[in-house]
Design a protein around this ligand. Structure first.
Ligand code: S3P
Length: 177
């Protein structure tokens, strides 16, 4: 069997609207690796939209499902590019799981740029008004930086450019070949 193109899982973290899902999909298409979006995976597995999971059980119920899902995906033998929900870093166990099972990349964005990228904020129960989004983003920034092996700045960049930069970095680090 030929060597896998990805050496280990790559977890994309960052605030809502950072472009994690689009970048993961683009890299998968360009490099022939498998990407997986955690929120989409959770919605399919639960048969419910994220906002309905929040509405039914609150953030705590969602976070429990998120950790269970992360552990399941991280334990898979085939290396994946996983785009994670923006709040994954709020649970220390999630950070440990990601650090133990692969490379973590922070796609950095600020709340104002994120707001301009998110077309349907109703699908994000934790993206309310811009003031609280700025606060949440600032509070999480150290968590993203702590968990990440490296950061890619996304301000003013297209999905193609971010994907290209990330592919170059992963290749130079020997994680992608
Ligand atoms: C969340 C981000 C969302 C989703 C959920 C909670 C957060 O994912 O997981 O609404 O806490 O920031 P995206 O970052 O993909 O929007």
């Amino acid at each position: 069997m030929s060597e896998p193109k990805l050496k280990e899982h790559v977890f994309l973290v960052g605030f809502m609207g950072a472009g994690k899902s689009s970048v993961a999909r683009r890299i998968a298409r360009l490099c022939g690796v498998t990407s997986l979006d955690m929120d989409t995976y959770i919605e399919r597995a639960q048969g419910k939209a994220i906002r309905d999971i929040f509405a039914a059980g609150g953030e705590g119920a969602f976070r429990a499902i998120e950790t269970e899902t992360l552990l399941d995906l991280a334990s898979r033998p085939e290396p994946l590019i996983v785009s994670c929900g923006g709040g994954i870093v709020t649970i220390p166990e999630n950070c440990r799981i990601m650090n133990d099972h692969g490379t973590v990349v922070h796609l950095a964005v600020d709340a104002d740029e994120a707001a301009s990228r998110i077309s349907n904020k109703a699908t994000r129960p934790l993206f309310n008004d811009i003031e609280s989004a700025r606060e949440l983003c600032a509070a999480r920034m150290p968590l993203y930086e702590d968990v990440a092996d490296f950061t890619v700045k996304t301000a003013g960049k297209s999905v193609s450019l971010i994907a290209r930069e990330l592919i170059d970095r992963l290749t130079s680090e020997g994680i992608l070949r």
